[in-house]
Design a protein around this ligand. Structure first.
Ligand SMILES: Cc1ncc(COP(=O)(O)O)c(C=O)c1O
Length: 356
């Protein structure tokens, strides 16, 4: 049997090991200098004035919803095809996640359907740059009445760009994830990016129990412990410093896959003028389930794309969403990593070709 090909292989090594050793030597394992260093690097990469690191992408979404004051009676528009954290963050705050269908070819919100979902109770829209593909931002802005904030779920879009503008700086806030399948990983971790310093301050307070760190240590509003430890921040810093290198490597691997697969299956791409972040390389084919089973059986670790919210118990009261149904049934995430070789892409493509 051939060597297994893992779904993801984080690009971490000597630089990360040295950075962690440095933190251990200082003994400042949380809320030390690495937090600010990672925040600076992320704000630089996203082109925002601030970035606030937190314990996960889910925590970032939750705090973004708290910073907007989402609560009972409020509606927040989310795409039907996304990782459930996008909608869960709204509902955990007591709001209602209003599901809008996606374009099954791009996997992103079908912007033409957004305007009809807006009601007087709509308090925000959370578009997702799914798998790193930027949402058509100007069309989305035009579909949403001014005054309703757009919050990016940019969990997989660090480094992606809409017409040259970095994802994470397009909306009033951007939410990043550093899970091991993401472009930069710290194992677990996330960040909220924003160019509104008052919002950044609110997120910092909510991340740390609601404590006002300057002044009288008051807790005007309750918060949580969503802090990111220095050890994990240290793992992220060298990766953000070489972000361009990571993105180029991902572009190279995506190119190898596209060359081999574009005549066989629906292959992913960014819109003209945009930069894909390539968090994942997700193709679409009719015989997805058969392919998934067979490739796994031969050691090629593939995965479904993501979830269709209306198929989940928590969100079953909405629908139908034919775009999300189609994506959910046909999407297949292929093994993807900066260290993938052309020979590995050949093996995946050959295995997949049997199912088209
Ligand atoms: C689109 C999207 N949003 C949110 C998240 C949640 O991020 P985390 O796993 O860091 O909590 C993920 C993670 O897979 C995601 O893909």
């Amino acid at each position: 049997m051939n060597e297994p090909i893992r779904l993801a292989r984080p690009d971490v090594g000597e630089a990360e090991l040295a950075a962690v050793a440095e933190v251990i030597a200082t003994g400042m394992l949380t809320m030390g200098p690495k937090v600010g260093e990672l925040e600076c690097a992320l704000a630089g990469a996203c082109g925002t004035s601030d970035a606030v690191v937190v314990s996960s992408g889910t925590a970032a979404l939750h705090l973004a919803m708290m910073a907007l004051g989402i609560g009972p009676g409020d509606e927040v528009i989310v795409p039907a095809y996304t990782f459930p954290a996008t909608a869960n963050a709204v509902e955990i705050c007591g709001g209602r996640a209003v599901i809008v269908d996606v374009d099954p070819d791009t996997f992103n919100l079908d912007v033409a359907l957004v305007a009809a979902a807006v009601t007087p109770r709509t308090k925000a829209v959370v578009p997702v740059h799914l798998f790193g593909r930027p949402v058509p931002w100007e069309e989305l802005q035009a579909a949403v009445p001014p005054g309703i904030p757009l919050v990016e779920d940019a969990a997989g879009a660090l480094g992606a760009r809409f017409r040259g503008t970095p994802c994470g700086s397009l909306g009033v806030m951007g939410c990043l994830s550093f899970h091991p399948r993401k472009i930069v990983t710290t194992g677990e971790g996330g960040a909220v990016t924003t160019s509104d310093p008052a919002r950044a301050d609110a997120i910092r307070r909510f991340r740390h129990h609601g404590i006002v760190t300057r002044g009288d240590y008051d807790i005007p509003q309750p918060g949580l412990n969503y802090r990111m430890p220095d050890i994990l921040c240290a793992i992220g810093i060298p990766q953000v410093e070489r972000l361009e290198q990571l993105l180029s490597a991902r572009e190279r691997v995506a190119g190898w896959y596209t060359e081999r697969l574009e005549h066989l299956v629906l292959t992913p791409a960014a819109a003209e003028g945009d930069r894909h972040g390539w968090q994942a390389y997700v193709v679409q084919l009719d015989r997805r389930d058969e392919a998934l089973k067979a490739l796994r059986a031969e050691g090629i670790e593939v995965q479904i794309g993501t979830y269709a919210l209306h198929h989940l118990g928590a969100y079953r009261d909405q629908g139908p969403f034919p775009g999300a149904d189609r994506a959910f049934a046909r999407a297949l995430a292929l093994p993807f990593a900066t260290s993938m070789t052309e020979a590995e892409c050949d093996r995946v493509a050959l295995a997949l070709a049997r199912f088209v």
